[in-house]
Design a protein around this ligand. Structure first.
Ligand SMILES: [Zn+2]
Length: 858
């Protein structure tokens, strides 16, 4: 038997839950009556509990007097064992438990969050975050996703407060100065989806979507920032009812912005919780990227109400399906809402992030077996979300969108109110598609990595080969080639061939190591991965690449151009393409107007900036100016009438890059003027430009500017403004200022939901990295104690920026001597990415500085 799973001779059916939180003493008392089914005679019941004191346990059934149980708590296993003097006979029993606990400050379980009102007074609210295994910190329960039960919750709160839970309030009364709120029964669901929020909070007027009232909740004074979230909330709810062909399964839907929140959002049934930046926004003052994020997160969580909440994975190994699917649906919904946002093109950036990690030897398969539930914590990563969603998109395009949708409908109907596995979705899709799905998908889901598709022309034959892509060479077995080389995938490809001025598209399922296809006479060019949905990289023989580049930008779609640059950059980092060739290639994209193409170009410039010696940086900066300036000159600093959101965002991105990594003095001077003007009158200002100005002024700023930005951070009017100024505090250069920022990451001035991300930025900053690394080493215990687990994990990603051989050695030494475990393969992946940067530095620095040196004089 699996030691991590609860015994199954007693099954919960219904929880009658009563909780009384005290926001002044940060404590709560609770009671529950759990209706259970006893399946075989027993004297023992085992369930989960952690950091709870269980005061009393009794059990009763029809015709039997109540039995008192002895209580044993095991904090290591997070379990509670109840033993009764008489055997419980099979049948239905009622288990009564009385318990108490604390409202912790760890952003998990039942926890406290605080905020200041406009007069500066601090207020506390209580909220929950239970996924993956923290419901047990709020009430004793069978805390595994397939112990689904009905929850009937009563909250006893201060009469001046408000509370929200998964379902609508059924009754409200006052008793002994307390407000007693009784919520309706939920449908059968998993413990990790239960939620309560208690405090002084206010809601918007409900919007009706069919028969579902939809509201946004926030702390007082922020309702004006709820409109945009409500709009995408209503749209996506309608969209999913349509797509799934099933009505929303709950009785109401509340979206709640919580001031302290560890992740982005959480799909509690009917009571979705968010960090404020992911829900509240002033649409007029936000950048395109900020709005896109909110739209995406809201749609993502709504998608979960069916996929995740109505049908739930049986165990944590199935988490990927939950998250990959919600990520995929988020794209679909936002794309339907705002087609002009080109959401699937922008998704290229997310896919690229997954390709980066999945190109490491330390990657992992999307799905792997999970025994200890805490292993699930490390699954919330780019492979689960972004690779998973990419593979689903590839499958959807291969099977056809309607077939795919019908398969999803079949799956949801077959497993509603229950649990399912990856294989169950493949069965449904296969049934509708009338073809075996696992053969196609297993290589992508259960095995690590992805293929590199190489294309060359041999006379009139196109030779297409696949082999696994990795950045660093594999460890070779003395007896033969590296095993990974032999790994093969079934690769759905769309190949566009142009000959004699005409184009044709061929759809192939590549399954062999090598495939040959005949090209027509007067062959001109070939594009593999047309439309860009494939999760693989393409490497063209030099002649073929040159013919494609000649089609840039007009004859290739933005996602195709993005993939071309992204794959070329990956090939460069992997040592398959000379750095000089890549730098030449970047010149061909000077006129490109796609923000995603520029995102990858700018990211590669940052990478190069991090590996160069300080004396060489001015040359790289001149090179960056050469690449970026022409387009910015063309776009100008102010939007033209009728210009779309994507171009506006691009302008902001280019400006920021030119003023920071391009170190352009003119841009910096102009930014200072404009920033001053914007303080006087923000209305005339394009919101996409303002964050760039803040970043530029921080980059070139000193103490006075730092103090100004610190104040702006503390008095910000919107979550986005707060975030911009907060992040800018990591972008200054003088070490004494960065030292102040670091100090605030552990002194309580910066929320623990944000502090790890600030440290991460400083580790990635060439000006702050040495300082930040020293600080992390000196304050590791404090950070480990203060930060939420996922925050600490994300912070450590910053070590990728410590790209010198000396720092790399020190990083290894630190993590080894401390025996740091970030869960799963997370730390190995960071260390391999760091090693990759250091290796690249050794191999490419000379050619790089030689190349960019020419730009200094020009
Ligand atoms: Zn999710």
């Amino acid at each position: 038997m699996d030691v991590y799973r609860l015994p199954r001779h007693v099954i919960p059916v219904r929880y009658g839950l009563r909780l009384e939180p005290d926001l002044k003493t940060f404590a709560f008392i609770g009671g529950e009556t759990v209706t259970v089914t006893v399946l075989e005679p027993t004297t023992e019941i085992v369930l989960n509990a952690a950091e709870l004191e269980i005061i009393e346990a009794t059990i009763e059934n029809e015709g039997n007097a109540s039995l008192r149980g002895t209580i044993e708590l095991d904090e290591t296993m997070e379990r509670c064992r109840l033993t009764f003097s008489d055997k419980l006979r099979p049948g239905t029993w009622r288990l009564n438990l009385a318990f108490k606990g604390t409202l912790n400050d760890k952003l998990r379980g039942f926890y406290r969050s605080s905020y200041k009102d406009q007069a500066g007074a601090t207020h506390v609210l209580a909220a929950t975050q239970f996924e993956a295994t923290d419901a047990r910190r709020a009430f004793p329960c069978w805390d595994e996703p397939d112990f689904k039960a009905v929850f009937s919750t009563t909250l006893v709160i201060d009469s001046s407060l408000t509370a929200v839970s998964n379902t609508a309030v059924q009754s409200e009364r006052l008793e002994g100065g307390k407000k007693i709120l009784r919520f309706g029964d939920t449908f059968r669901m998993s413990t990790y989806l239960v939620a309560f929020v208690v405090g002084t909070i206010e809601a918007t007027e409900p919007v009706s979507v069919g028969r579902t009232p939809l509201r946004v909740w926030c702390v007082p004074g922020k309702r004006r920032l709820a409109k945009f979230g409500l709009e995408i909330g209503a749209f996506s709810l309608r969209f999913f009812e349509d797509y799934y062909g099933l009505p929303y399964p709950g009785d109401k839907l509340d979206l709640l912005a919580i001031p302290d929140f560890a992740s982005g959002a959480m799909e509690n049934l009917g009571a979705i919780t968010f960090r404020e930046t992911a829900l509240l926004v002033d649409e007029q003052a936000a950048t395109h990227a900020e709005l896109e994020r909110i739209a995406g997160v809201v749609a993502h969580e709504n998608a979960h109400m069916w996929f995740g909440d109505l049908v739930t994975m049986s165990w944590w190994n199935g988490l990927w399906l939950n998250e990959a699917f919600a990520t995929f649906m988020e794209m679909l919904a936002v794309d339907a809402w705002k087609p002009e946002w080109q959401r699937w093109t922008t998704f290229g950036v997310s896919r690229a992030a997954a390709l980066s990690v999945d190109g490491l030897h330390s990657t992992r398969p999307i799905e792997f077996s999970v025994t200890a539930p805490r292993e699930a914590d490390a699954m919330f990563d780019v492979l689960t979300y972004e690779k998973g969603a990419s593979v689903l998109r590839m499958l959807e395009q291969y099977l056809g969108p309607e077939v795919f949708r019908d398969g999803v409908r079949d799956y949801l109907r077959a497993h509603a109110y229950g649990n399912a596995n990856t294989g169950d979705l493949w069965v449904s899709l296969g049934r509708v598609a009338k073809q075996p799905v696992p053969e196609l998908t297993d290589g992508w889901i259960f095995r690590p990595g992805y293929p590199l598709i190489s294309v060359s022309l041999d006379g009139s034959v196109l030779v297409i080969k696949q082999q696994r892509f990795t950045y660093l060479p594999g460890s070779t077995d003395a007896k033969g080639p590296p095993k990974e080389v032999n790994q093969r995938w079934q690769v759905p490809t769309q190949i566009k061939i142009t000959a004699n001025g005409k184009t044709e598209t061929r759809r192939l399922l590549l399954s062999e190591e090598e495939t040959q296809i005949q090209v027509p006479k007067e062959f001109e060019s070939v594009l593999v991965n047309e439309d860009g949905h494939g999760f693989y990289r393409v490497r063209y023989a030099p002649g073929l690449l040159e013919r494609l580049v000649q089609l840039v930008p007009d004859s290739l779609a933005p996602i195709e151009r993005f993939n071309l640059v992204n794959d070329a950059w990956a090939a460069t980092v992997a040592g398959l393409m000379p750095i000089t060739e890549y730098l030449d290639l970047t010149a061909r994209f000077r006129a490109d107007r796609d923000k995603n193409v520029w995102a990858i170009l700018i990211e590669s410039f940052h990478f190069l900036h991090r590996i160069l010696a300080p004396a060489e940086r001015p040359a790289l900066e001149a090179f960056v100016r050469d690449r970026i300036s022409p387009l910015l000159t063309e776009l100008g600093w102010t939007p033209k009438p009728g210009e779309n959101d994507l171009i506006r965002q691009l302008r902001g991105d280019l400006l920021r890059a030119l003023g920071t990594i391009g170190n352009d003095r003119n841009v910096q001077a102009r930014a200072a003027e404009l920033y001053l003007a914007s303080r006087k009158d923000q209305t005339t200002f394009d919101p996409n430009v303002l964050p760039a100005l803040i970043a530029i002024l921080a980059h070139s700023g000193h103490a006075a500017r730092y103090n100004e930005f610190w104040e702006r951070f503390r008095s910000a009017a919107t979550p986005q403004e707060e975030r911009r100024y907060l992040y800018s505090l990591a972008a200054f250069q003088p070490v004494e200022l960065l030292q102040q920022t670091l100090a605030h990451t552990i002194d309580g001035e910066i929320r623990t939901q944000d502090a790890p991300f600030i440290v991460r930025l400083l580790l990635m900053s060439i000006y702050g990295r040495v300082l930040a690394w020293k600080f992390v080493k000196a304050n590791w215990e404090t950070m480990d104690r203060l930060y939420p687990k996922n925050g600490l994990r994300r912070m450590c990603e910053g070590v990728i920026g410590l790209a010198t051989p000396e720092l790399e050695r020190d990083v290894h030494e630190f993590f080894t001597s401390r025996k740091v475990d970030l869960g799963g393969k997370t730390l190995d992946q960071y260390l391999e990415q760091l090693h990759l940067a250091v290796t690249f530095r050794e191999h490419a620095s000379a050619a790089l500085s030689n190349y960019v040196g020419k730009f200094l004089t020009s």
